[in-house]
Design a protein around this ligand. Structure first.
Ligand SMILES: Cc1cc2nc3c(=O)[nH]c(=O)nc-3n(C[C@H](O)[C@H](O)[C@H](O)COP(=O)(O)O)c2cc1C
Length: 302
């Protein structure tokens, strides 16, 4: 057995495999079919201060080697989470991480402050690629100042490990990663979905209710991997890599690109136990290549 432990911004994980937000519910839904204690961490569904209805249906469309979604952060708000979901998920023996979104820096911060008071939540993942209502629909994550302003506000309200999830829908992801690092982020995760669309040619209209959606799955892996390489070279904080990971080999690619941990998203829809299989596959690869610790291969592919 290889040593699979890793550390993301002060948060110790028993192994580098985490489930990605929006693709594994709150984890608890899978307790009968997945050995949750074998997953390094679980990033729960996107949470906002106020409840959100999400977008109209249809919200999902299948694409070649991936999918589009425009769920739109449907959730019952952080107070509901704290009172009704937290008491159920706190018994899960894995690192339980809340994915936080908001419509202004203050909105993010007040959501983060509620999560800060929950003892068994050791980290937040800030989703800075959701619509910025105040700035007329621009996402915070696509400008360095927007990204910095959210992290600055949240850092004041939140003391534990702060992971900032970056948007790939930018021309220069490195400058955004550096900006959030400068504001006190403990780690960055990347990538969120790539903006895309699909058209139903019989109905002669777009397939998703709001026209566009986020592309995820194996088709985005090369883009994600390229961005992880770039960011890992540019920042000193640990990087979490994701985008299209389906197998241990995919995960190892991201780790060799510089990721200290990985997240698995869309692949959960095909097999909810995929994360545990990826953990086992990484372990087997390390053993068969005489590598003692997963930490020994982080960033080895220059
Ligand atoms: C249905 C669905 C819902 C998602 N919801 C969220 C969310 O609430 N917050 C977030 O940060 N990312 C969300 N994501 C993005 C994923 O966490 C992940 O970044 C992305 O899908 C790329 O990884 P993958 O190719 O392994 O799926 C969602 C993705 C999907 C497919």
């Amino acid at each position: 057995m290889a040593d699979l432990r890793t550390n993301i911004g002060g948060l110790e994980l028993r192994n580098p495999v985490i489930t990605a937000s929006g693709t594994f519910g709150y984890g608890i839904e899978f307790e009968d079919v997945v050995e949750l204690h074998r997953i390094g961490g679980i990033v729960m569904k996107g949470t906002t201060y106020e409840p959100r209805q999400g977008n109209d249906y249809p919200r999902m469309a299948e694409t070649a080697c991936g999918m589009l979604n425009c769920v739109g952060l449907q959730n019952r708000g952080v107070m509901y989470f704290a009172e009704n979901i937290y008491p159920r998920i706190r018994k899960i023996d894995s690192r339980m991480i809340v994915n936080v979104s908001g419509s202004s820096p203050e909105d993010y911060a007040r959501c983060a402050a509620v999560v800060d008071s929950l003892d068994d939540i050791p980290a937040i993942e800030l989703n800075i690629s959701c619509p910025n209502v105040r700035d007329g629909g621009m996402a915070f994550g696509v400008t360095t100042e927007g990204a910095a302003s959210v992290v600055r506000a949240v850092r004041k309200a939140y003391r534990k490990t702060l992971i900032v999830k970056l948007s790939p829908n930018v021309t220069d992801i490195v400058s955004i990663a550096r900006a959030v690092e400068a504001e006190g982020a403990d780690s960055v995760s990347l990538i969120n979905t790539l903006m895309g669309t699909a058209i139903d040619i019989e109905k002669r209209r777009r397939m998703l209710s709001i026209g566009t959606g986020g592309l995820s799955g194996p088709c985005i892996k090369p883009v994600a991997l390229r961005m992880v390489c770039q960011v890992a070279h540019a920042v000193d904080i640990p990087v979490i890599g994701l985008g299209g990971i389906c197998s241990a080999a995919d995960a190892i690619e991201f780790i060799m690109a510089g990721a200290s941990a990985v997240e698995i998203g869309t692949a959960n829809f095909l097999d909810p136990a995929v994360s545990v299989k990826v953990v086992d596959g990484i372990d087997e690869w390390l053993d068969s290549h005489d590598v003692a610790s997963v930490r020994d291969i982080i960033g080895v592919a220059e």
